[in-house]
Design a protein around this ligand. Structure first.
Ligand code: IMP
Ligand code: MG
Length: 178
C-alpha cells in the first residue's frame, strides 16, 4: 500500500524568519550579558535553534538533549525517557530550552522537571509553535513563535515519521491513501 502526502503551506519561510527574529529580539533583551545555556531538544528543534542562535549577539553556550516517548505513534504516550542527556552543568546557569512544538505538553513538562531538579539559576522555555488544543498538562511558554491549530505540521525541522524535516516552509500534512 502506498500513500500520497498532501502538503499545504501554513507558514512560509519569510514569515518564519520574521518570527525567529522577533523571538531573538526578545531573548537578546532578556539575556544580554548573562551567558545562558541554550538546550535544544532533538531532533525537531535543530533548524530553529540554528537560525535563532545566529540572531543572538552575546556569548552563550549550546547543548542538545534527546528525548523519546515510549511506544509508537504520533501522540505522546506520556512516558518520556532521556535518550541523550546533557554534558554541561546546569546548576547555577541561566537555562533556556528550545523546543519545536508543545502539543500535549508531556515531553516538555518532563524535561523542565528534570532540569529544575538540577538547580539552574533560571529556567525558561522558547517554543516555535504551540498547539494549545492538545494540552494535557499546563506549560508556560516564555517565548512563543506561532499558535497553531490541531493539525500535523512538517517542515523547518518538523517531521512525520522522519520525513519532510528539510522543507523550508511549515506545512500541514494530510495523508491520503491512493
Ligand atoms: P507533546 O509531548 O505531546 O507535547 O509532544 C511534543 C513533541 O511531539 C514535539 O517535540 C514534537 O517533536 C512532536 N510533535 C507534536 N506535534 C507535532 C507536529 O505537528 N509535527 C511534528 N512533530 C510534532
Ligand atoms: Mg520534539
Amino acid at each position: 500500500m502506498s500513500s500520497q502526502p498532501n502538503l499545504q503551506v501554513l507558514f512560509r519561510r519569510e514569515e518564519i524568519a520574521a518570527t525567529v527574529e522577533r523571538l531573538a529580539a526578545e531573548i537578546r533583551q532578556d539575556y544580554q550579558g548573562r551567558h545562558p545555556l541554550l538546550i535544544g531538544i532533538l531532533k525537531g528543534s535543530f533548524i530553529f535553534m540554528a537560525d535563532l542562535v545566529r540572531r543572538l549577539n552575546f556569548p552563550l553556550e549550546v547543548e542538545f538533549i534527546r528525548l523519546s516517548s515510549y511506544g509508537r505513534g504520533r501522540a505522546s504516550s506520556g512516558k518520556v525517557k532521556l535518550v541523550q542527556g546533557l554534558r554541561s552543568e546546569v546548576k547555577g546557569r541561566d537555562v533556556l530550552v528550545i523546543e519545536d512544538i508543545v502539543d500535549s505538553g508531556l515531553t516538555i513538562a518532563f524535561l523542565l522537571d528534570y532540569l529544575r531538579k538540577r538547580k539552574p539559576a533560571s529556567l525558561k522555555l522558547c517554543a516555535l509553535a504551540d498547539k494549545p488544543s492538545c494540552r494535557q498538562v499546563p506549560v508556560a511558554i516564555d517565548y512563543l513563535g506561532f499558535t497553531v491549530p490541531d493539525k500535523f505540521l512538517v517542515g523547518y525541522g518538523l517531521d512525520r515519521d522522519e520525513q519532510f524535516r528539510y522543507l523550508p516552509d511549515i506545512s500541514v500534512v494530510e495523508v491520503k491513501a491512493d
